[in-house]
Design a protein around this ligand. Structure first.
Ligand SMILES: *[C@@H]1O[C@H](CO)[C@@H](O)[C@H](O)[C@H]1NC(C)=O
Ligand SMILES: *[C@@H]1O[C@H](CO)[C@@H](O)[C@H](O)[C@H]1NC(C)=O
Ligand SMILES: *[C@@H]1O[C@H](CO)[C@@H](O)[C@H](O)[C@H]1NC(C)=O
Ligand SMILES: *[C@@H]1O[C@H](CO)[C@@H](O)[C@H](O)[C@H]1NC(C)=O
Ligand SMILES: *[C@@H]1O[C@H](CO)[C@@H](O)[C@H](O)[C@H]1NC(C)=O
Ligand SMILES: *[C@@H]1O[C@H](CO)[C@@H](O)[C@H](O)[C@H]1NC(C)=O
Ligand SMILES: *[C@@H]1O[C@H](CO)[C@@H](O)[C@H](O)[C@H]1NC(C)=O
Ligand SMILES: *[C@@H]1O[C@H](CO)[C@@H](O)[C@H](O)[C@H]1NC(C)=O
Ligand SMILES: *[C@@H]1O[C@H](CO)[C@@H](O)[C@H](O)[C@H]1NC(C)=O
Ligand SMILES: *[C@@H]1O[C@H](CO)[C@@H](O)[C@H](O)[C@H]1NC(C)=O
Ligand SMILES: *[C@@H]1O[C@H](CO)[C@@H](O)[C@H](O)[C@H]1NC(C)=O
Ligand SMILES: CC(=O)N[C@H]1CO[C@H](CO)[C@@H](O)[C@@H]1O
Ligand SMILES: [Cu+2]
Length: 560
């Protein structure tokens, strides 16, 4: 009898161990449950009650294989309104599951839940999920790992092991208090107190915890590092002492592999690199710190550290390295210039050649009157001089139900008047306010120039588009010149991604095809700028027939 029970137990244990593998091979629906709850987080930098998913910081990793359907039940057990965005997932016809509050859905209110239901198609690699309301994404985030289909392996030799590396930013105060304070004063919010690597800062003078993440490796093996910038407001450099990194994928799209000492990643971007453990022993420092080439902008310049340690070595010292200086633009540019689509037979770069909508969006900061603010003004941000006003209903709902009043579709495709965008800025720093969208016909092609300006201050703006990947066909300094610059566009193997910098004092050109109906947010992924209004949305109409139309809304869709 006892023997039989033991036998059964053994089978159960084997099944439990094999379960992730079995699930990967057999099932194409994956269920997850996110209990969004308060937890006293003590290991990071300061002890404070924090909004978490399942009590974890960073939150759980979602695993999927390309073409799988994910059903993720989000249960809101905190006192904030909440939504979750699956950052970079194309959400073909399932805009209802995209997540940005008041754009694609009403928030999940305290005590309520919502099942996000979407299929992951035509993308593989690393993405991440995060809260998309208020500043909750500071602690409500985690990785999404999309494995390639079984018949199409990685286009590089398969690494023996892989690890997720999430870079973050930590405030000792409650983040909602930080942004509320700034909204009231009209001034910039307090900068963060530490950066983190997988939730730990390493030794930082301002932190209670000095813990750091330690990654154990075996000599001779290759590792896939899935690096995610989940910071709110800072672009980050990342490097590991004594090891170069081979970049193979960004934003869940393969790139031509290249080797680099340092990677640069903006909030919202993901980077897969291969690391060869080509030393015999030792411990090596991993570092991350901000890139910011605008002299006027305050950043938290504290370096977060982690370690890479060879198994079986008795470590008494760590090989040291320092990150690049915060204004190391040449390192940043070299990294960005090295990114090229794989553009292979299996993964062709389908760059739109004929353009239906050619748009120029200028990005600016500004000052609008605010009686209760410091000196009577508040800092705002705008695209084509429009500071986006958040609606109190879901724009997708309004669009689907043909309800007027929630938005207008007259977002200007060009600035109202042209000026020397990167030269001496106009004195008038006012913007106009509105909930304006830009309408696109199904399958139309778009070229969008994102032009930085010197209004208040030039700055890098990592712009994120929901619902699509785009190709980054060109970049330059100064003002975009429509006669000259397009001649230098790369239409062959431009990098494909979902988040790209409009460079400080320059421009970037992207192209995409609007083959996904819905209301799709475009915004700066520096959360402070999003709060200030640096956002707009595209409304993409249905095409012909059901396979080119938005699905009907799910029954449990939250109401406003
Ligand atoms: C959480 O930490 C705070 C201090 O920041 C403390 O006041 C509170 O009692 C703690 N709560 C729990 C449940 O441990
Ligand atoms: C998920 O969405 C699909 C449509 O894409 C629908 O057929 C299915 O019933 C939904 N599943 C759940 C659990 O809501
Ligand atoms: C922001 O920083 C100021 C100055 O250090 C401090 O007085 C204030 O309490 C901080 N605000 C929050 C919300 O932590
Ligand atoms: C890393 O690559 C650079 C060239 O990009 C090279 O100069 C350097 O020696 C390499 N370092 C290691 C540790 O391989
Ligand atoms: C961070 O900035 C402070 C103040 O600007 C400066 O004193 C310090 O040297 C900087 N630290 C690093 C690591 O760049
Ligand atoms: C590791 O090295 C330290 C000194 O560097 C020594 O005291 C310790 O005994 C060593 N431990 C092992 C397990 O070899
Ligand atoms: C970067 O900043 C340092 C110190 O603030 C300064 O000496 C240096 O000239 C700057 N480099 C560039 C390229 O702006
Ligand atoms: C909205 O208008 C379109 C086009 O006129 C129509 O096909 C669709 O049925 C309408 N939707 C609703 C929910 O009324
Ligand atoms: C932006 O709009 C405001 C308000 O209409 C106007 O005063 C200002 O001149 C405009 N600025 C630009 C750069 O278009
Ligand atoms: C979208 O447009 C492209 C380019 O004109 C065309 O090749 C493709 O078939 C179109 N797709 C649909 C679904 O209409
Ligand atoms: C939560 O969302 C609902 C629906 O939009 C809104 O009525 C309510 O005021 C929100 N609650 C808070 C605390 O913002
Ligand atoms: C996006 C997509 O798959 N569109 C297809 C929808 O169905 C029509 C007719 O079957 C096809 O022509 C489209 O290509
Ligand atoms: Cu920005």
């Amino acid at each position: 009898m006892l023997g039989k029970i033991r036998e059964w137990l053994r089978i159960l244990v084997v099944l439990a161990l094999l379960w992730p593998v079995l699930v990967q091979c057999t099932s194409n629906i994956r269920h997850y449950k996110f209990n969004v709850m308060m937890r006293n987080i003590t290991r990071v930098c300061s002890t404070k009650p924090t909004v978490t998913v399942n009590g974890k910081f960073p939150g759980p990793t979602i695993y999927a294989r390309e073409d799988d359907t994910l059903l993720i039940k989000v249960v809101n057990q905190v006192h904030y309104n909440l939504t979750v965005h699956w950052h970079g997932v194309k959400q073909i016809r399932t805009c209802w599951s995209d997540g940005p509050a008041y754009i694609a859905q009403c928030p999940i209110q305290p005590g309520k839940s919502y099942v996000y239901n979407f299929t992951v198609t035509e993308q593989r690699g690393t993405l991440f999920w995060h809260a998309h309301i208020l500043w909750l994404r500071a602690t409500v985030h985690g990785a999404i790992v999309i494995l390639p289909t079984l018949d199409l392996p990685y286009p590089f030799s398969k690494p023996q092991k892989e690890v997720v590396i999430i870079l973050g930013e930590w405030w000792k105060s409650d983040v909602e208090a930080v942004i509320d304070e700034a909204t009231q004063s009209g001034l910039p919010p307090n900068i963060s107190d530490a950066h983190t690597i997988n939730g730990l800062p390493g030794p930082v003078s301002t932190c209670l915890s000095q813990e750091r993440f330690n990654f154990l490796v075996e000599p001779g093996k290759k590792y896939l590092l899935r690096i995610i910038n989940a910071a709110l407001n800072e672009e980050l450099f990342f490097k590991i002492a004594g090891h170069n990194l081979t970049v193979v994928e960004v934003d869940a799209a393969y790139v031509k592999p290249f080797e680099t000492e340092t990677i640069l990643t903006a909030p919202g971007q993901t980077t897969n690199v291969i690391l060869s453990a080509n030393h015999k022993s030792g411990r090596y420092l991993m570092v991350t710190s901000p890139y910011m080439d605008s002299p006027l902008i305050l950043v938290n310049n504290k370096t977060a550290t982690a370690t890479l340690q060879y198994i079986g070595t008795n470590v008494s010292s760590t090989t040291f390295t320092v990150p690049p200086h915060r204004n190391a633009t040449s390192i940043a540019r070299k990294f960005m210039d090295s990114l090229r689509s794989l553009n292979s037979k299996k993964y062709p770069a389908k760059v739109p050649m004929k353009i239906d909508h050619s748009l120029l969006f200028i990005i600016s900061l500004g000052l609008n009157p605010c009686a209760s603010c410091y000196k009577g003004f508040r800092i705002v941000a705008a695209i084509n001089n429009v500071t986006f006003v958040m609606p109190s209903v879901s724009l997708l709902n309004a669009h689907f139900n043909n309800r007027s009043g929630a938005f207008t579709d007259d977002f200007p495709g060009f600035p109202q008047y042209a000026f020397d965008y990167t030269g001496i800025p106009p004195e008038n720093l006012r913007t106009m306010e509105g909930t304006k969208l830009y309408r696109l016909e199904y399958n139309s092609s778009v070229q969008l120039i994102l032009q930085d300006t010197g209004l208040l201050s030039p700055e890098n703006h990592p712009m994120h588009l929901h619902g699509f990947n785009f190709f980054v066909v060109g970049r330059g300094k100064g003002n975009f010149n429509p006669k000259v610059d397009p001649k230098n566009f790369n239409l062959v193997d431009p990098v494909e991604r979902n988040t790209i910098n409009a460079p400080s004092g320059g421009w970037v050109a992207i192209r995409f095809r609007a083959n996904n109906p819905g209301v799709w947010f475009l915004h700066c992924h520096l959360e402070v700028h999003t709060t200030w209004g640096l956002k707009m949305a595209f409304v993409v109409d249905n095409g012909n027939g059901p396979n080119e139309s938005l699905l009907p809304p799910p029954n449990d869709l939250p109401k406003c």
